[in-house]
Design a binder for this molecule. Structure first.
Ligand SMILES: Cc1ncc(COP(=O)(O)O)c(C=O)c1O
Length: 378
């Protein structure tokens, strides 16, 4: 059983009643043997059969030994970054999702962990690891929202030479398009709220690894901090992930066609998509991923107005988030990356004219007409 969708559908089985979908175990506690041994489940925070089935499925499609589900993507980031200890440094490749930035720049310093923001991880060298205890390199590739591409294997080789862990936020690609663990990452985190769940109606996060010691720490983050995914949302995620490949294929082909359609519009300045920055980044993307996904951004040319463009959209919703079946646009500089300091916004090239487009599965002609008509109104 090696095909992606076959695994997504059949990685776990429930044989009772020959049901083709799993039951939802809502029990908060589980009866225990009285002979001093442990039952398979004790208390829902530490483990639940429905959550376990979803975790097994996500581990299978990720090519990971183990996966752990949290109540949101930020729960997964918090679990991974929570591995860092006082006195260590986190190197973070910019730009990242505003929540990841917030955790690294507000929460980690409170724990005695320094965060060093690096604008372009391709410039990272041995010198960046000297004179400090770098515990982790955290990156998103393609990055959100400018879609810069980082060579995961190159960063992993460098970080590992200095004893640092590599954590990749793979939300934009999902394991369908990119498998960071195979490229040397130690932990993969994802906002499962996005493509994995895919229908704009639940929050979830997942962290996966092949390292048993890291797995133990990710499990402890569930057990100790308690931000676990509920059985009902675990079930819904398990069901939704079965159609991930179908949804992503459609979203990706829609996105490619929209990028082409927008390229000729006079109101559109630069378009950002994975590989658009340079031929080198395009090559890295082609090598380490099976596609470019369905998130892209563009800048509205000077002289054109943002509000009439947003007001004219009828199919796209003006909202944060991405990866769902419904198409969305947002303004990252004030929304998803609103937590950035002004300096970090400027350093990451985030201006007020930047529009992020998250493409859904609607009919292409409707999406195209909606965007082009709205741009005419700009
Ligand atoms: C790349 C990325 N990582 C992490 C998160 C956080 O996920 P959640 O909103 O599920 O907490 C998001 C949310 O937008 C994201 O876009």
């Amino acid at each position: 059983m090696t095909g992606f969708t076959t695994q997504a559908i059949h990685a776990v089985h429930f044989n009772e009643e020959q049901a083709v979908v799993p039951p939802i175990y809502t029990a908060s506690t589980f009866g225990q043997p009285t002979d001093g041994t442990e039952g398979p489940y004790e208390y829902q925070r530490g483990g639940n059969p429905t959550r376990s089935k979803a975790e097994t499925t996500l581990a299978a499609i990720e090519g990971a030994q183990q996966a752990f589900l949290y109540a949101s993507g930020m729960g997964a980031t918090a679990a991974a970054m929570g591995i860092l200890e006082q006195g260590q440094t986190l190197i973070m490749g910019m730009p990242v999702y505003g929540g990841n930035y917030r955790f690294a720049t507000i929460e980690l310093p409170k724990r005695g962990v320094q965060t060093q923001l690096v604008q372009d991880l391709s410039t990272l060298t041995d010198a960046d690891f000297e004179g400090k205890k770098v515990g982790m390199v955290f990156l998103e590739t393609p990055s959100n929202p400018t879609l810069r591409v980082t060579d995961i294997k190159k960063v992993a080789d460098l970080a590992h030479r200095h004893g640092a862990l590599v954590v990749v936020d793979n939300t934009l690609m999902t394991p369908y398009l990119q498998k960071p663990l195979e490229l040397g990452a130690d932990i993969v985190v994802q906002s499962a709220t996005k493509y994995l769940a895919g229908h704009g109606d639940l929050l979830a996060g997942v962290a996966s690894t092949n390292d048993p010691q890291l797995a133990d720490q990710l499990f402890k983050a569930q057990l100790i901090s308690g931000g676990v995914l509920s059985p009902i949302d675990s079930y819904r995620l398990l069901q939704n992930v079965k159609t991930l490949a179908l949804r992503m294929d459609r979203q990706q082909s829609n996105a490619q066609a929209l990028i082409q359609a927008l390229a000729d519009h006079p109101a559109v300045d630069t378009i950002y998509y994975p590989g658009s920055y340079s031929a080198q980044e395009a090559e890295i993307q082609a090598q380490q991923a099976r596609g470019k996904g369905s998130l892209f951004s563009f800048t509205l040319k000077e002289g054109y107005q943002m509000k009439p463009f947003l007001d004219a959209l009828k199919v796209f919703t003006f909202a944060v988030s991405l990866g769902g079946i419904e198409s969305l646009v947002c303004l990252p500089t004030s929304m998803t990356q609103g937590a950035y300091s002004q300096d970090d916004k400027e350093a990451s090239g985030l201006g007020d004219r930047l529009v992020r487009v998250a493409v859904g599965i609607e009919d292409l002609e409707d999406l195209k007409a909606d965007l082009l008509t709205a741009l005419d109104a700009a």
